[in-house]
Design a protein around this ligand. Structure first.
Ligand code: SAM
Length: 401
């Protein structure tokens, strides 16, 4: 299937054939000097994808990248930006190459894309970030400021009160003539930093298409929103499965991708027919929602050793010690969820993992219909006990009176 938005070939040859000075953004996720062949397949096992990232030495890699980044520079508009994705294997090499091609004066940031991982790492720190080098073509570039929420430790006065500069140019709270502190106009939050926490695509994500090293659309959306406006052209000269193009489409930008791998070109064309994006519960609800769940669990299981489970709709914690060789699964009743439904979810999740003991903590009074069985304990949260105790006080006073 042919789609003019995806071109098969080496970007070294394809980029010079495009309109020069036209792209507002180039994002590239090239080989990272990992000295590996990257392989993966679709979930149904029908198709396997791979690409080579093996080099004679780092000089060869740097020349290869430099030649292609030169061509990228020519395609960028004068207000354009380029984001070069890499990791610890190549960030030092590509920083040197990019400084040379784009000018160190046009270096803007090294973005740290941080994510959580659960794999084991032998005798080393577990890598949990990748690097994105951000350069602009000139000093006059498109940049849409983004704000994020204040951190939990921000002082309430810092959020609410107006600030100005004193005689010594120090930032101070503004006051009116009577000395009263002035309230600030609406605050947008704090400017986005260069450390981005965006979840890595999990193996079951709807968005996953089986391409090795596929990046999350959420990451690309953030880059596109920062550096382009609707209608602008976004190019990915190493497009792989087409993540950049999908994100650009979803944000009403024009897009173009290039890849040497024919399978990648076909996959990208297919993906563009029905772009799908995984919603991130972490980003939508924020990390605070997980800490609320953590706090509730720690209250319920005080004194018992357990592991909190973050991304499962049926289980909130597993006790560290097995009982009678069985796991013990714990679930809290959620807001707007009946006790019956909550227990069903716990049972389903436990069954899926071979069964075990289950503890369900209800946040509303237990009624007679709740059926506990030998493997299931249903308890009321402490708050229910407090409410129940308070309610019974009226009886006690009535009787006493
Ligand atoms: C790390 S993958 C990109 C993954 C992509 N960001 C995604 O989300 O699916 C790198 C891609 O660059 C392609 N590639 C390698 N050398 C290339 C070149 N000279 N021109 C165009 N594509 C190239 C590979 O075939 C591979 O698909």
């Amino acid at each position: 299937m042919s789609n003019p938005e995806v071109i098969h070939g080496d970007c070294l040859d394809v980029l010079p054939t495009l309109t020069q000075n036209a792209a507002e953004l180039i994002y590239l996720d090239p080989p990272f000097f990992t000295q590996k062949t990257h392989k993966l397949g679709t979930r149904d096992g029908v198709k396997n994808f791979s690409f080579e990232d093996i080099w004679g030495d780092y000089g060869q890699y740097m020349t290869y990248m430099s030649d292609r980044l030169e061509k990228c520079r020519n395609v960028l508009s004068d207000t354009g930006s380029i984001f070069v994705h890499c990791d610890r294997n190549s960030s030092h090499l590509l920083r040197l190459v990019c400084d040379k091609v784009f000018g160190s004066e046009n270096f803007k940031s090294e973005i740290i894309w941080h994510y959580k991982r659960w794999s084991n790492s032998a005798n080393a720190l577990l890598p949990a970030h990748q690097n994105i080098l951000y350069y602009t073509k000139t000093k006059d570039f498109t940049f849409n400021k983004k704000f994020v929420g204040y951190s939990e430790s921000t002082n309430v006065d810092q959020i609410l009160q107006k600030r100005s500069r004193d005689d010594r140019n120090k930032s101070v709270y503004s006051r009116d003539d009577a000395g009263n502190v002035l309230v600030a106009a609406e605050k947008k939050g704090v400017p986005l930093s260069d450390v981005w926490e965006i979840p890595y695509l999990n193996p079951k994500a709807k968005e996953r298409v089986g391409y090795p090293t596929q990046k999350p659309i959420l990451l690309l959306e953030r880059i596109i929103e920062l550096s382009t406006n609707e209608g602008d052209l976004v190019i990915d000269p190493f497009c792989g499965s087409g993540t950049t193009l999908v994100a650009a489409k979803l944000l009403n930008r024009k897009c173009l991708g290039i890849d040497t791998n024919e399978d990648a070109v076909e996959l990208t064309a297919n993906r563009l027919l029905s772009p799908a994006k995984t919603q991130s519960a972490l980003l939508e609800k924020g990390r605070a929602s997980y800490s609320t769940a953590d706090t509730r669990i720690s209250q319920v299981l005080a004194g018992i050793k357990y592991t909190a489970v973050q991304r499962n709709s049926g289980i909130d914690a597993i006790l560290l010690d097995k009982w009678n060789e069985s796991f013990v699964f714990v679930r809290l009743q959620k807001q707007n969820e009946s006790i019956k439904l909550g227990i069903e979810k716990l049972q389903k999740a436990a069954d899926k993992r071979g069964g075990g003991y289950m503890i369900f903590v209800a946040s509303e009074p237990l009624d007679a219909e709740v059926e506990a069985c030998k493997d299931l304990l249903v308890v009321e949260a402490q708050s229910q006990k407090i409410l129940h105790w308070l309610a019974t006080r009226a009886d006690v006073y009535e009787r006493a009176g």
